[in-house]
Design a protein around this ligand. Structure first.
Ligand SMILES: *Cc1c(COP(=O)(O)O)cnc(C)c1O
Length: 379
């Protein structure tokens, strides 16, 4: 197996490749330079709203608020979606740690659920039967009968950019009076059925961290079709400042989460090129897919049937018939210029998220034991 994988990554990336490195086109230098030349580097500059408007156009989601990172975007969405201390928020155990951290910042408690072997996101069938078993609706609120805590929201994560089965999750959330929030941190450019991801729930977040499909250095955005929520989040993300005769007037305890102009300029330049980037990503995924097609014991992770993925991170699944192979493969590549590595550790295995109330996580565990990410940079 090691030889097969080596041959494939070497053929695609003769000089080695990282998991995901950003690429910048010439306008990136031009726009960033313009910020420096005009000395508009912080959040008041014009690129912030230009970037927001372009993101709204591209995704078809009406309101976009650019912030300092994906984690802060999720924090604001949760905080202003009535997530209270002591509430439970459903989320996959198989996600990046930030998803759970943002919930914890609100004083709420992550309630981990299992993943689907194909979409890599939340398994709707398992979630539905789990909620039927443990939850009750009391006065319009979903209550976990075992912990007596309200279950207020589900964060649906589009893992590695692959859209999760949103329609099924939407139905479950409606049935159980739970808010649906999408963590599309790595899913810019991914399509579910005929829409960009982010239309199913109350709000969505995207990350523009250095390793995402486009980057602003560090950055993120809240996207929502809910105008009231958008106005609230825009206001508090900008320290809660209000137009007032006094220049330092604030009407709430706000957050300093607004994206600075230099970062937005960088994002704006890459967004101009997003179609080309997405095409290159799909070409790369296609090459991997064809190369792994005939290799015994390895399955390339393809987009779900209902979706058109941005293929942010390419991954393969090692068959359970080869139980010790994954560790050997990863160890082998550590001393090579190809970044072939582990996927996230399940969150309930991290020290701060141990011992919480969770459902059976057997599929998520299997995924973690089988998945490996491949170099997904664009050369
Ligand atoms: C990257 C990522 C985040 C966090 O975004 P930051 O911009 O790094 O704060 C959240 N959730 C998922 C699934 C991610 O991949």
């Amino acid at each position: 197996m090691i030889e097969n994988i080596s041959k494939i990554v070497e053929e695609i990336f003769p000089n080695g490749a990282k998991l995901h490195e950003p690429i910048f086109q010439s306008n990136a230098w031009k726009y960033v330079k313009e910020c420096l030349d005009t000395r508009w580097v912080s959040s008041a500059g014009s690129y912030v709203s230009k970037f927001e408007n372009k993101l709204a156009d591209f995704t078809g989601i009406s309101h976009v608020i650019a912030v300092v990172n994906g984690t802060s975007a999720l924090h604001l969405v949760l905080k202003f979606s009535d997530i209270q201390p002591g509430d439970e928020v459903l989320m996959p155990a198989f996600t990046f740690v930030a998803t759970a951290n943002a919930v914890t910042y609100c004083g709420a408690i992550p309630h981990f659920v299992d993943s689907d072997m194909d979409t890599l996101g939340v398994d709707p069938r398992k979630l539905s039967s789990w909620l039927s078993e443990i939850a009750d609706i009391r006065k319009g609120v979903c209550i976990n009968k075992r912990t007596q805590r309200p279950i207020k929201a589900l964060i649906a994560v589009h893992v590695f950019g692959h859209p999760v089965d949103l329609d099924s999750l939407r139905d479950i959330c409606d049935q159980f009076h739970i808010k649906l929030i999408e963590d599309a941190a790595g899913a810019l450019g991914s399509i579910y059925k005929s829409n960009h991801v982010g239309h199913a729930g109350l709000a969505t977040i995207i990350s523009f961290n250095g390793n995402k499909i486009i980057t602003t250095g560090g950055g993120g955005a809240v996207l929502t079709n809910n105008e009231k929520l958008a106005m609230k989040i825009r206001h508090v993300s900008n320290t809660g400042k209000v137009a007032h005769e006094h220049p330092y007037y604030y009407d709430t305890i706000g957050y300093n989460y607004r994206m600075p102009n230099v970062n937005a300029a960088l994002g704006y330049a890459q967004l101009e090129n997003i179609s080309e980037t997405l095409k290159l990503k799909r070409n790369l995924a296609q090459k991997y897919k064809e190369s792994f097609m005939h290799i015994k014991g390895i399955t390339f992770v393809s987009e779900p049937l209902h979706a058109h993925s941005n293929y942010w991170l390419n991954a393969i699944k090692i068959s359970l018939d080869f139980p010790n192979e994954k560790e050997k493969i990863i160890e082998h590549f550590q001393s090579t210029p190809w970044q072939v590595q582990h996927v996230w550790k399940l969150l309930p295995e991290l020290p701060m998220y141990q011992g919480l109330f969770t459902m059976d996580l057997s599929q998520a565990k299997a995924l973690c034991n089988q998945l490996i990410t491949l170099p997904s940079s664009l050369s």
